[in-house]
Design a protein around this ligand. Structure first.
Ligand code: ADP
Ligand code: MG
Length: 603
């Protein structure tokens, strides 16, 4: 198999990475840089410029140059340049082609496959457009992965714990994407996403440019496009300079006009305070949407070029005082992660397999007896469409006829009311003891993963007889050994009867601790028990049960340790805090420019 590359196809900048010598490596472009601006420009001579030259031409040839087209992927938008029409995926294809060529030069071998990341909120149309763009660039798109999952993968390679829920805050050139990501065992799941489609680095450039103009008696809006471009460019350069030192001189030279101003981080915060205030809303939204995981968020990972701004990091620290903030190479994180995933896809031995979650696009169910029309079996859903994968759901069915000899579980995929309208994937037949109708029951469990492998387990409740069938529903052919490996992975999600006893044991343990503790600790114990019960009885998602079990066990153990230690005089109110903060480490060393208090600047 040839090399697979990972690609972060960004709105502002794109990057490529590859798994090499046991790590994810970024691929440099011909300028020796990792970031290739996602810009395309058309010359009169038929030449297509991509990357840095195209970005320069955005200012010199605005009518022949385009950028920010990623925003319109999957829409009908058409760009007209030099009398020709281009769709967003065609423009993206030019960028992908450039990255592919850079990778081939760097690796010295042909590259025909890629893993490409997209924002978690991208819909099916937008994802298909990305796939098409890849194909237009001569790349088979092995997999589309979500940007926050890619960032999470990169973090895990940098020594993150196996079991953690954290916030990914991605502030790029034009958008802010906030996601709540959960890692447990080797599964990475996105719990909630939110964002602001009109908040990013370029908004800061505009604020700085506006301020600069005001100070020089100019009105930004009434300047020519070209002049605006020149000032924005200087503003951007000044902004980036502030990530290295506390004060920079912003200079603008444009024909007759010459001007300069000193810009500091403090000034930057002052002039762009509304932008900072807008950052808070999506963070609050995801934390609320992912309520169940609230207790576990201990960390925020800052991603995207604009997180290089010290003021942004400082604001985040203010907003999330209890979280550990990681902001290493923010603009490379997603690309690093795609490189890791490319390694996984190449089945490299030096990297552990990881499951990234996705959503099940269709319903999986079984046919059930229709009282009103015996010939027309009804569809009964077991895994609903849009369930987060991998997932495992159980349902119980009873016999419909007197003294029937066996039960047939027909497996269907689709949304139709009558089973026959859906796709029939397979059937499992089990014998049941002869009994009047309704007396015998079978428990059916569907476990489905992102690669399209469905495991159907059927158990006759009275005799304990079990049957299993593994069905592959995904596109293409999956090798038998791959299926075997997947089944073993998914096996971990299942509960054996022993597992149920274990759950009972955990509940009893929690109840005892509840009785033994007081105050905040008791409240925390109650909340966790309540959540565990909810997952166990209402959600019934076996993967979630396993995850929750592992976490609650750790928590109870820490409570137990505390109780053993109680004589030493620690305040019971503290332990809940201590438990949540047990992994607080030093933040990345960096200059602290400002103190925030209630979203306002303090002097
Ligand atoms: P996207 O994901 O939208 O493609 P990136 O993550 O590459 O974007 O971020 C691009 C943005 O980051 C631009 O607005 C750029 O000005 C900003 N940026 C890059 N480096 C710095 C820096 N050192 N300081 C401040 N902003 C920066
Ligand atoms: Mg990005």
């Amino acid at each position: 198999m040839g090399k697979i590359i990972g690609i972060d196809l960004g709105t502002t900048n794109s990057l490529a990475a590859v798994w090499k010598d046991g790590e994810s490596c970024l691929i440099p472009n011909p300028f020796g840089e990792y970031l290739t601006p996602s810009a395309v420009s058309f010359g009169d001579d038929g030449i297509v410029y991509v990357g840095r030259p195209a970005k320069e031409r955005l200012i010199s040839h605005p009518d022949k140059s385009v950028s920010i087209f990623k925003r319109y992927m999957g829409t009908e938008k058409v760009y007209e340049i030099n009398g020709k029409q281009y769709r967003p995926e065609e423009l993206s294809a030019f960028v992908l082609k450039r990255l592919r060529e850079d990778a081939q030069r760097y690796l010295g071998e042909p590259v025909e496959e890629a893993v490409i990341s997209v924002p978690a909120y991208f819909n099916d149309m937008a994802r298909k457009a990305v796939k098409n763009a890849g194909e237009l660039a001569g790349l088979k798109v092995e997999r589309i992965i979500n940007e926050p999952s890619a960032a999470a993968l990169a973090c895990r390679r940098q020594g993150m714990k196996e079991d953690e829920t954290f916030l990914v805050f991605d502030l790029g050139g034009g958008t802010l994407d906030v996601s709540l990501v959960d890692c447990f065992d080797n599964i990475i799941e996105i719990i909630a996403v939110s964002g602001d489609n009109h908040l990013g680095g370029s908004d800061f450039d505009r604020e700085i440019a506006g301020w600069f103009c005001r100070e020089h008696g100019l009105e930004f809006e009434s300047l020519s496009m070209q002049r605006q471009g020149v000032i924005l460019e200087s503003a951007c350069r000044a902004k980036c300079g502030l990530s290295k030192k506390g004060s920079v001189c912003m200079k603008v030279t444009d024909g007759e006009f010459q001007g300069q101003m000193e810009l500091t981080n403090k000034k930057l915060i002052e002039i762009s305070l509304p932008l900072f205030q807008r950052m808070a809303a999506p963070v609050k939204r995801v934390v609320n949407d992912g309520r169940e995981a609230m207790l576990e968020i201990s960390k925020a990972v800052l991603v995207g070029g604009s997180c290089r701004m010290p003021a942004v990091r400082q604001y985040l620290r203010h907003m999330l005082p209890d979280s550990k903030i990681t902001a290493m190479n923010p603009d490379y994180m997603v690309a690093f992660g795609t490189g890791v995933y490319a390694g996984i896809k190449e089945r490299k031995e030096d990297i552990k397999d990881v499951l990234l979650t996705d959503i099940c696009p269709f319903t999986l169910g079984t046919g059930i007896f229709n009282k009103n029309d015996e010939k027309r079996t009804l569809m009964s859903a077991i895994i609903e469409r849009n369930s987060v994968l991998p997932c495992s759901k159980t349902a119980r069915f009873q016999t419909a006829g007197d003294y029937q000899e066996h039960v047939v579980i027909d497996v269907y995929q689709g949304e139709e009311y009558y089973a026959a309208g859906n796709i029939h994937l397979g059937e499992i037949k089990v014998g049941v003891p002869l009994a009047p109708k309704g007396q015998e029951t079978v428990t059916v469990c569907y476990t489905y993963d992102i690669n399209g492998i469905l495991i159907v387990d059927v158990e006759v409740d009275s005799t304990g007889e079990k049957r299993r069938q593994v069905i592959t529903t995904g596109e293409g052919v999956i090798a038998p050994e791959e299926i075997k490996k997947r089944v073993e992975e998914l096996e971990k999600m299942k509960l054996s009867p022993a597992g149920q006893e274990e759950n009972q044991g955990i509940l009893a343990w929690g109840e005892r601790l509840f009785a033994q503790t007081t105050g905040a600790l008791r409240e925390e114990t109650r909340k966790r028990l309540e959540y565990f019960q909810h997952v166990l009885h209402v959600e019934q998602d076996r993967y979630k049960v396993e995850k929750c079990k592992s976490r609650i066990r750790n928590f109870f153990q820490s409570v137990e340790d505390y109780l053993d230690d109680a004589g030493v005089g620690r305040n019971p109110e503290d332990i809940a805090l201590w438990f949540q903060e047990d992994d607080v480490e030093d933040e990345e060393p960096g200059e602290e420019y400002q103190l925030w208090s209630d979203g306002r600047l303090t002097h």
